[in-house]
Design a binder for this molecule. Structure first.
Ligand SMILES: [Zn+2]
Length: 253
């Protein structure tokens, strides 16, 4: 068993108290992927691990881990502890959603650096956000893309027709948009306007700074939310539905 100490950047996705003074954390590392680690004694007032192991912190930690066993965090410093994420219920709910979804869908110990960067970016943006909607939708869409489920948004997956009509339908099993003719009368698919499709496209392609200039109507907001919910639940199953249900207790799109 290899128990050498390693140092790596991470975000704290989840955490729970354990024993008298410890916490068990789910950490997403840049180089080591997702790993469960124990922070011993961290609930004691003078613990030096406190700042780096707070929920949603972006940190650099030293840990030792053997294959198949719980890692042990031995040192840590916060790069940015993102205190705003623990300030109010909406922020806690949104950041918890990100942590819960990533914990549910990522395998243990597999390096996925793009997803680590997505997690850091999403949490950093959420910490300064007045309206988390576009940030959460950006996160969901890019996560789907990183996991290999990028939806086709430029043309109908049935006939190849471009996005020129006013209304489309979202069909997760077929991988993206359907035009009215190809959808037939299927009521299981979610209807979506061309404007909402364009916003989804931009969330996939645009540089993040430009995304904050997007203006979206309440109708488009609802359509985007429904489309992504259908995609997430089809590809990621009940953990995605559960994370979404937990989020909806404290925040509505
Ligand atoms: Zn078609």
């Amino acid at each position: 068993m290899d128990t050498r100490a390693r140092t790596d950047e991470c975000v704290v996705l989840r955490g729970r108290d354990f024993g008298d003074a410890d916490r068990i954390l789910v950490l997403l590392f840049r180089e080591h992927g997702k790993l469960s680690c124990i922070a011993k004694g961290v609930r004691r007032p003078k613990s030096r691990l406190k700042a780096s192991t707070q929920l949603f912190s972006y940190s650099r930690v030293t840990f030792s881990a053997g294959r198949g066993s719980l890692g042990v965090v031995t040192q840590g410093e916060a790069v940015d502890s993102l205190p705003a994420l623990r300030d109010d219920l909406t922020s806690i709910a949104c950041a918890s959603y990100v942590g819960e979804l990533l914990d549910a869908v990522l395998p243990e110990g597999k390096k996925q650096e793009n997803i680590f960067i997505l997690a850091v970016t999403t949490l950093t943006l959420l910490a300064g956000a007045e309206d988390p909607f576009l940030i959460l939708k950006y996160f969901e869409l890019r996560l789907l893309a990183e996991l290999g489920y990028r939806p086709e948004l430029e043309r109908c997956v049935g006939c190849g027709r471009g996005v020129d009509a006013a209304r489309f339908y979202i069909d997760p099993p077929r991988g993206g948009l359907l035009c009215r003719a190809c959808n037939g009368g299927d009521r299981r698919t979610a209807e979506i306007s061309a404007g909402a499709v364009m916003t989804l496209e931009r969330l996939l392609r645009w540089d993040l700074r430009r995304i904050f200039n997007l203006r979206i109507s309440p109708d488009a907001r609802r359509e985007i939310d429904n489309a992504l919910a259908a995609y997430l639940e089809y590809h990621l199953g009940s953990p995605a539905a559960r994370a979404r249900a937990n989020l909806s207790l404290y925040w509505q799109p």
